[in-house]
Design a protein around this ligand. Sequence first.
Ligand SMILES: Cc1cc2nc3c(=O)[nH]c(=O)nc-3n(C[C@H](O)[C@H](O)[C@H](O)COP(=O)(O)O)c2cc1C
Length: 394
Amino acid sequence: MENTLDMEHVHPLKLFDVARKERRFLYASAPMVRYSKLAFRQTVFAYGTDLCWTPMILAKEFNRNRFARDSDFTISTNGPQPPTIVQFGANVPQELARASSLVAPFCSGIDLNCGCPQSWACAESLGAALMEKRELVRDMVVETREQLRQDGWAVEKEKDMDSPRGRSLSVKIRVHKDLRKTIDFITTVLGPEANRHIDFLTIHPRTRSTPSSTPINLEALEILTSTFGDRVPILVSGDVFALNALPFTSPLLNTPTPTNTNSNPVSTATAASTTSSSPSNPLVKPNLPKLSGLMSARAILANPALYAGHETCPWEAVETFLNKVVRSPLPFKLVLHHLSEMCAPGMSPFNKSALLTKQERAAMLACSNMVDLIDFLDEKRGRGGGLGLRRDRG
Ligand SMILES: Cc1cc2nc3c(=O)[nH]c(=O)nc-3n(C[C@H](O)[C@H](O)[C@H](O)COP(=O)(O)O)c2cc1C
């Protein structure tokens, strides 16, 4: 991507447009409760991710409690602020509108979570429970767009994609067992043909009760992208494990890498021709010409350099992450969690190598502070010249 874009305020639809012109997918890192915080977002951004989601934030708490705001949403005032989508959990139009109004100056867009399957969320009519309340979801996005418009943000979708005040509004959904219900849901939430209510849509093609170990429903994804992909840019969330191991093909898979990274990519060209399973023919991957972007959660957690084409996490990504953590701190236990993901075998089916052995990871988890942790990793990486983070012993 050219560096002429003001990344901090770039409109997400502009990023879709740039990716399409580069004949590649838009690359997104998923909302992940606990994990997708600033230091992690900055790390994946350094490795070619276009758009970074925050974890889901509960709009009601965010609106009412200053401490919730301070702890749930951190931005960078000094250093790269990746294009950021703030995801809210909400079930009342005014709550979503108000919370969106508060974050709009500091992000590129707002997303509504209609996919969280956890029982506490569904019991409160949040997350996946909203998949049964399509009119409410429509009312939430309509009211929020109106609020943002009144606040002076440019919310006319493609018309405003070059405006520094452009902001997007999107939803992230799961699918129903009966796909007709999902089609009805999307039809309602999209609204009028000429003036849709959302800028883009993320589909996680699993139902609320499908375990994440079950492959995504490719048939559902194929039907939904071919039905709606001309009306709205669609991202897929689920099983984006490595660029050369996607369970579908696309004309957007023929160029190997984004240009905003200096990493060492593997070619994705092979992905279009490799075979794997699909519901209709177990040997042929479905082709999804109307799919616009990829969103990764578990795989990018293990390998933040995924979109730069790395099959496994490189030491450089560990170093980048630790450098970001030093400037945008995370609780120490969370840092350890991240590192144990990054140093373990990742999600690529073709490459299960790891930066540390199981015993070494256990030893890493025994570190009790940042200084010991950095020394430990420096020593393990010693063969490659250290992490560049060794403290000054002078
Ligand atoms: C640790 C973790 C936390 C998650 N938190 C959220 C969240 O806050 N909001 C959301 O919409 N989805 C959340 N998800 C779901 C992911 O965004 C994604 O849809 C799902 O994991 C499937 O993608 P994957 O196969 O790439 O993991 C979470 C997933 C994980 C693993």
